[in-house]
Design a protein around this ligand. Structure first.
Ligand code: F6R
Length: 597
């Protein structure tokens, strides 16, 4: 039996006639439009039409030809799998369409004879229909599964830009948008590439590329178990995933650190051998959302341990700033899903500029993983809750390993320093486990503040990105407005917001900026803020300064505190959302994989 999983992403308005549209049809339409555009230009230039042109309409034909050209460009971009500019082009087409009508009305001094009016209506209508049509394709082509009435024992699937997974079962095969959806049926999976079409029957799977050639592809064995994609008694996936963090971090460390030798080895990735690292002069980290916050922390670790300059950019901004790249820049992309359109596009841009790309990714064989030169996998297991939790802490773990490996290769860390850090890192899963014990106390805090309409999160240095992450977690699942801020910046603006109704979450582990952040806390208190402090167990000074105190375990390595401070913030968001009764796992307007720009 061939099965389509109900979670498959379908393009919203595909009618029966549209389902068999594929690349060849698009190519045909694109070519047709180019020919029409060329013909119109020729007519305009030669002015051969004495009846209708009369010297007044060449501009109309030139403009219409432009509309057709833009349509072809849109289609060409869609066919290349680049959705980057298609929407802008579609809008541009509309603007040109409107300009076209204005010109016509102007040129004809009001529409004159019936024949002229007919010509005008025909040309404009056909241009607008075709431009709308190509915009429609641009939006609609994503990932499709088609069942034809004539062949009910067969399923057809096509992929362009959005992920599509094929599962191989015993006497049955599957199509899904994501691995977890079919994990309980099979772990043997194939991944379609852009432009490929698959035919599934109970007996087998056949894949063809855009030119109709058969593609031979071996299935991958996914190591995630079906149970991993179930709630296993937890009320929500997010809660389960928060609690899975000790295991997920351990899995991400496994085989990469040696306690015996106080060492870290990432030789599984050829880009990260000591010799390869020696050639790196600059690191550029690219990611979106929560993964971007992980990148902000990772940057500080990399610079501190290795001395290699590092910067971080958002996938959605990177391409538009004319990035200065050189082959000795290592681009590090971070993505849980490996399908985020903005991050993927940034990776492609970096590769076009000749940079090597290392990805930190959770999903094996995802688009970003396949496009990169090397992948450092996080082993978080499937993350189903839309709000990222265990993916974040495993990304931090992978980045810490990367920073240590770089510090070792550049000599930024001595053998002894490396051993101390490796030892502290190995203790993190146990400390995270310990942090989870504050659950009941955090629920109490949530009960007291879930009605607040705004929260401010303050952190400094390594915990400034954690303030951003805490605020993001709260707003995405509880719909409460929250802002993360570097605590030192508070006095440059946000302090004006503070009053007795504003809970201010202050992240204050005992690190090198502890005194500074305690003084920021006092500034907030002086403005009557309700301070919720996240600090180390036994920190009575902090407890006295704050209305609420959420304890976290102390860590021997101050650089590792982000892995611990983020856990209570995840729990605080979870409990606030749960008390408010929002949809924790699937918050409104959000998707787990953001495959559109
Ligand atoms: C927030 C969240 C998102 C993702 C972002 C990037 O909880 O999950 O902000 O982090 O959409 O997704 P990935 O990591 O899959 O590229």
């Amino acid at each position: 039996m061939a099965t389509v999983n109900p979670t498959l992403k379908q393009s919203a308005d595909l009618s029966a006639g549209d389902t068999d549209l594929n690349r060849r049809v698009l190519t045909l339409i694109g070519s047709f439009r180019l020919i029409v555009a060329a013909a119109m230009l020729l007519v305009a230039v030669l002015q051969t039409d004495p009846i209708f042109l009369g010297g007044r309409y060449p501009l109309l034909f030139i403009t219409t030809a432009c509309v057709y050209c833009l349509g072809s460009m849109t289609i060409a971009l869609v066919l290349r799998g680049e959705q980057a500019h298609t929407r802008q082009l579609a809008w541009l087409q509309l603007v040109v369409d409107i300009a076209c009508i204005t010109l016509i009305v102007h040129a004809s001094g009001g529409i004159g004879s019936g024949l002229e009016a007919l010509l005008v209506v025909f040309v404009v209508a056909s241009a607008m229909t075709l431009s709308a049509r190509s915009s429609y394709f641009a939006a609609a082509i994503a990932a499709l599964a088609v069942l034809l009435e004539q062949t009910p024992d067969r399923l057809y699937a096509a992929r362009l830009a959005s992920p599509l997974v094929l599962g191989r079962g015993d006497g049955e095969n599957f199509i899904a948008s994501d691995i977890p959806a079919i994990l309980s049926y099979t772990r043997s999976m194939l991944f379609l590439e852009d432009g490929e079409i698959a035919e599934l029957s109970a007996e087998g799977i056949r894949i063809e590329n855009a030119t109709g050639e058969t593609v031979q592809r071996q299935p991958k064995n996914i190591t995630w178990s079906a149970a991993m994609a179930e709630k296993e008694g937890y009320k929500h996936f997010m809660l389960k995933e928060i609690n899975e963090q000790p295991r997920a971090i351990t899995d991400t460390l496994r085989g990469r650190i040696s306690l015996e030798h106080g060492d870290v080895t990432l030789d599984e990735v050829p880009l990260l051998t000591p010799e390869a690292i020696a050639g790196i002069r600059r690191i550029l980290i690219i990611a979106c959302g929560t993964s971007y916050h992980a990148g902000l922390v990772g940057r500080l670790w990399i610079e501190k341990f290795s001395g290699i300059p590092a910067e971080v950019d958002l996938g959605s901004e990177f391409r538009y700033r004319d990035p200065l790249l050189s082959p000795d820049t290592l681009v590090v992309s971070i993505s849980q899903s490996g399908e985020t359109a903005d991050t993927l596009a940034a990776v492609k841009t970096a590769k076009e500029e000749g940079c090597k790309v290392l990805s930190i990714c959770n999903v094996v064989d995802s688009s970003i993983a396949r496009t990169s030169d090397g992948v450092l996998y996080t082993h978080a297991g499937p993350e189903i809750g839309v709000a990222s939790t265990k993916a974040f802490t495993t990304q931090l773990t992978a980045l810490y390993l990367l920073a240590l490996a770089m510090g070792k290769a550049t000599g930024g860390l001595s053998t002894q320093e490396l051993a101390i850090k490796v030892d502290a890192l190995a203790k993190v899963p146990g400390l995270v486990e310990h942090a989870l014990h504050s659950d009941a106390a955090i629920r109490d805090v949530a009960e007291r503040y879930y009605r607040a309409s705004d929260f401010l999160y303050l952190g400094r240095w390594l915990n400034y990105p954690i303030a951003l992450e805490g605020a993001l977690k709260l707003k995405e699942i509880s719909y409460i407005h929250a802002e993360g801020y570097p605590a030192g910046e508070m006095k440059h603006g946000p302090i004006a917001l503070i009053d007795e109704h504003m809970p201010v979450v202050v992240i204050a582990p005992r690190d090198k900026v502890y005194e500074k952040i305690v003084s920021n806390l006092q500034e907030a208190k002086a403005r009557h803020a309700v301070v919720i402090a996240v600090g180390e167990e036994g920190d009575n000074e902090l407890r006295e300064h704050a209305e609420e105190f959420i304890p976290m375990p102390a860590c021997s390595e101050e650089s590792l505190t982000p892995l611990l401070t983020v856990v209570p913030l995840q729990m605080l968001s979870y409990h606030i959302a749960d008390i408010k009764g929002t949809d924790v796992d699937q918050p409104r307007n959000l998707a787990k994989s953001v495959t559109v720009e």
